[in-house]
Each structure stands twice: as structure tokens, then as C-alpha cells.
Design a protein around this ligand. Structure first.
Ligand SMILES: Cc1cc2nc3c(=O)[nH]c(=O)nc-3n(C[C@H](O)[C@H](O)[C@H](O)COP(=O)(O)O)c2cc1C
Length: 126
């Protein structure tokens, strides 16, 4: 099992609806190669965590890094792991705001209300 965490900057600000609609496509892509993870977005900045077989994670990251919708892609951490951190998340999504309230969805079909996790993604998990 391999994981990779990166940060980047969006070329254009995106709203929740725009991100959720493109995430639906990513979730299908990720499920097809058994990659799970989480995308965080705040004020034009992305942080994404992806995990799966090493070749799948590297392939996906190379595609993501070349995507013209963001720039300044910077790997924060990567490495081998014994097991997945987010096995059920095809690509969770969280929008972070300054007061730490947020809405997120796990990619498993349900959508959480803002503050469902009271600031803690683990608390909001089903
Ligand atoms: C911030 C960000 C995160 C992305 N995350 C994913 C992802 O998790 N899975 C995915 O398939 N594509 C993701 N993409 C889209 C890829 O960059 C790429 O457009 C998509 O995989 C289709 O690639 P292809 O045109 O080479 O088939 C992301 C793009 C951006 C800007």
C-alpha cells in the first residue's frame, strides 16, 4: 500500500457545486483502480491525500500534477503504509472555512450537513 499527500493552488476559485460535480467523475476513476482518499479545499488551496497500490497512486498523481486547473503542486509526504487510512472513501471532500465549520461528503453516497463532524472529520464519519 502506498500513500501520497500534496498541496496545490487552484487557477480559479471553485464553489461546492463545481467541486462536487467533478468529484463524481474522480470517484468513478478512483474506484476503478481501487484508490481511496480525501480532497480538502479552502480559499483556492487544495490538499489531497491518495492511497492504493503504488503504481496506481503514482499514475494518478502524475495525471493530477499535469492538470491545468491548479498549479504549484507540492508533495508534502509520500511512502509505504501497512494499511489504508480511508478504505471506504473513493474520494472524500471537505471544504474548510475560517471558523472550522465545513460540509463534507465521503463519496459513499451520503452528504453531510455543515458541522456534522463538529470540526473533526472522524466524528462525522458514518
Ligand atoms: C485538485 C485536483 C484533484 C484531482 N483529483 C483526482 C482524483 O482523485 N482522481 C481522478 O481520477 N482525477 C483527479 N483529478 C483530475 C485529473 O487531474 C485528470 O483530469 C483526470 O484524472 C482525467 O485524466 P485524463 O484526462 O488523463 O484521463 C484531479 C484534478 C485536480 C485539479
Amino acid at each position: 500500500m502506498y500513500y501520497l499527500l500534496y498541496a496545490s493552488t487552484a487557477v480559479e476559485r471553485m464553489n461546492d457545486e463545481q467541486l462536487e460535480s467533478i468529484l463524481e467523475v474522480y470517484r468513478c476513476n478512483n474506484a476503478a483502480v481501487n484508490v481511496s482518499g480525501m480532497l480538502l479545499y479552502d480559499d483556492g488551496s487544495f490538499i489531497q491525500f491518495i492511497e492504493g497500490e503504488k503504481s496506481d497512486v503514482i499514475d494518478l498523481f502524475e495525471r493530477i500534477a499535469e492538470d491545468s486547473r491548479h498549479f504549484g503542486v507540492f508533495v508534502l509526504d509520500q511512502g509505504e503504509a501497512d494499511q489504508r487510512c480511508l478504505p471506504d472513501w473513493k474520494m472524500g471532500y471537505s471544504r474548510l472555512s475560517k471558523d472550522t465549520s465545513y460540509a463534507y461528503s465521503s463519496g459513499r453516497g451520503q452528504r453531510r450537513q455543515p458541522d456534522a463532524g463538529n470540526g473533526n472529520p472522524e466524528k462525522g464519519r458514518a
